[in-house]
Design a protein around this ligand. Sequence first.
Ligand SMILES: [Zn+2]
Length: 169
Amino acid sequence: MYLYENSKFMRKLLLSLFFFPLLLSCQNPKKKPTKKVKYLFEKTEIEWKAKLRKMAFYVLREAGTERAFSGKYDKFYEKGTYQCAACATPLYQSKYKYDSGSGWPSFDRGEDQNIEYDVDYKLGYARTELKCNKCGGHLGHLFNDGPRLTTGKRHCINSAALHFIPPNL
Ligand SMILES: [Zn+2]
């Protein structure tokens, strides 16, 4: 009887020793902690909503996309700087803007020190999301079908996320 009890105990012990690491690994799924980036310009969503135009809020704060060929800077080629429509940080220069035919303002490079490169899976696969790194506003996406003679990159940006400033202003 004693032996029987003992072996039962041993079996339980062995089983629990075997499953213990599994239990641990289930409790610690290999999920990266959601990163919370701190931005220089932070507001509540209510404050952003009050500050931004409807389409700008939809793009910048809700990571929406304006309809192709609908944005005011799609076919706009004045010389100047494009700022973030939310926090006025310089993001793109007109000299790097080109007509990609995509229906969205396209640049072969941006003001990299002010741009955050993130990843989004909204379409079920990884895309490089471009954000203003001063306020966290969504700008658009980065693609590798840009001009081959320069960077080969296409910063595909929503007009509503931008505010154009002519030189000397
Ligand atoms: Zn910004």
